[in-house]
Design a protein around this ligand. Structure first.
Ligand code: UDP
Length: 414
């Protein structure tokens, strides 16, 4: 976007608040994505508001994250946590609140919905108020259903609603090429779909900086960072560890350490570890602060991410920016970020033997790890949030010709 206009941008992220600590079962990449995208767009002079559902009585109506970036807590449903799969029924209320807010203060110039339920809330409002509507799915119900089958708890109709949103949106921003292919199998015309990957904060995720201490007893450390839900494939890593002597596995994520015993996923992982005889080589830290993630990643010889499916996968990129090669399953966004043999290794998802072989060969070759770590840092530079925001801004600019920007508006954070 080169015409110098600043836009009022609404990012809708119904369940994923940019303020929630990351790593627990309902908070991960989308939370970080909307926060970082919002920051980078605000840096470029836009007025950005992130709308997320109010989940507690104590939350102020508006939180100013920085000049140019506000978070608005939308009162839709009880001011209490509601499981993600039960939120669909509250999206009408969410949308009605947006209408009254935007009618009383000002309409944004563009609305960018994150996740399908944000689209349900925002699309009717955008059509009503004539605002360009952009959709990013972060995950598609059809993919989830394929992998989770009868365990899929998404509400019925999710796939049809996603198809509808994709067809109706003025633009769809997909985070990886797999998602575009998936949408095309749903017969969605691809002419308004564009891939813009997630970014990584290159000021925080750097090869130099503090590093977590290493234990005496283990020669190598491999690390996993993220939610502990089953589809993330942590059980596969634990099983692979059984054939990799002298190596410890650090797993960060889930509930905070003090209450980790109540985390059903953590208990499942520990039961697998017990069964495989590797319990003593696993450190389960619980959720760690986002600011602690780089130091853990730097301390590892390898970072592992072997989910069954993954819309993008921010942690692999974060590890690469820290100069640590990644062993990843060849799915979703990681097919583009983790370059096999160059910035890490790709393995088929769910294949314990292939993962074990990849880990053993990478751990036994320190020269390769050093070389791949350097390539990883280079590759990660392409994913700065500044460049991701620029590309996103180009999509917004196409939909907001200069003569459409005359609507007087609320002064968002300045
Ligand atoms: N994360 C964190 N603390 C934790 C676990 C995860 O800050 O204890 C962060 C991690 O650094 C990453 C995000 O949560 O930025 C997870 O994003 P990813 O795309 O890897 O997974 P998702 O949760 O979206 O499936």
């Amino acid at each position: 976007m080169d015409r110098g206009d600043s836009l009022r941008i609404a990012l809708i992220s119904e369940h994923a608040s940019p303020i929630t600590p990351l790593g627990a079962s309902e908070a991960g990449g989308q939370n970080r994505h909307v926060r970082s995208l919002g920051m980078a767009l605000a840096d470029r002079g836009h007025g950005v508001v992130i709308y997320t559902r109010r989940t507690s009585q104590d939350q102020p109506a508006v939180v100013r994250l920085r000049p140019g970036l506000d978070v608005v807590h939308v009162p839709a449903g009880p001011p209490a946590p509601v499981p993600r799969d039960k939120l669909g029924g509250l999206m009408g209320e969410f949308g009605n609140w947006l209408v009254s807010d935007w009618n009383s203060v000002a309409c944004p110039h563009v609305v960018h919905a994150h996740f399908w339920m944000s689209g349900i809330a925002a699309l009717p409002v955008c059509r009503n108020l004539n605002i360009p509507f952009i959709q990013t799915f972060h995950a598609l119900g059809s993919v989830k259903h394929r992998y989770q089958g009868t365990n899929d708890t998404s509400p019925p109709g999710r796939q049809w609603i996603e198809q509808f949103l994709a067809e109706e949106a003025d633009a769809v921003i997909a985070t990886c090429a797999d998602e575009v292919n998936e949408l095309s199998t749903m017969n969605v015309d691809g002419s308004h779909i564009q891939v813009i990957p997630c970014g990584v904060d290159l000021e925080i995720f750097t090869p130099t900086g503090p590093s977590w201490p290493r234990p005496q007893h283990a020669r190598y450390r491999i690390a996993y960072v993220g939610r502990l839900v089953e589809r993330k494939g942590i059980d596969t890593i634990v099983r692979a560890l059984a054939g990799i002597p002298g190596t410890e596995l650090v797993i960060a994520g889930g509930l905070p350490a003090a209450v980790l015993g109540q985390d059903a996923d953590a208990r499942r992982i520990m039961a697998t570890a017990q069964e495989c005889g590797v319990r003593h080589r696993i450190q389960l830290t619980g959720q760690i602060a986002a600011t602690d993630v780089p130091a853990l990643l730097r301390s590892a010889d390898l970072v592992v991410a072997v989910p069954a499916y993954e819309p993008f996968g921010m942690v692999p990129l974060e590890a690469m920016a820290c100069g640590v090669p990644v062993v990843a399953s060849a799915v979703g966004g990681m097919r583009g970020t983790v370059l096999d043999g160059v910035t890490g290794r790709q393995v088929p998802p769910g294949d314990v033997e292939a993962l074990r072989r990849a880990l053993l060969s990478a751990l036994s070759d320190a020269d390769w790890r050093r070389w791949a770590g350097k390539r990883a840092v280079e590759a990660a530079q392409r994913y700065s949030w500044t460049s991701i925001a620029e590309r996103t801004e180009d999509v917004y600019a196409r939909l907001t010709p200069a003569d459409s920007l005359t609507v007087p508006g609320r002064q968002v954070a300045s």
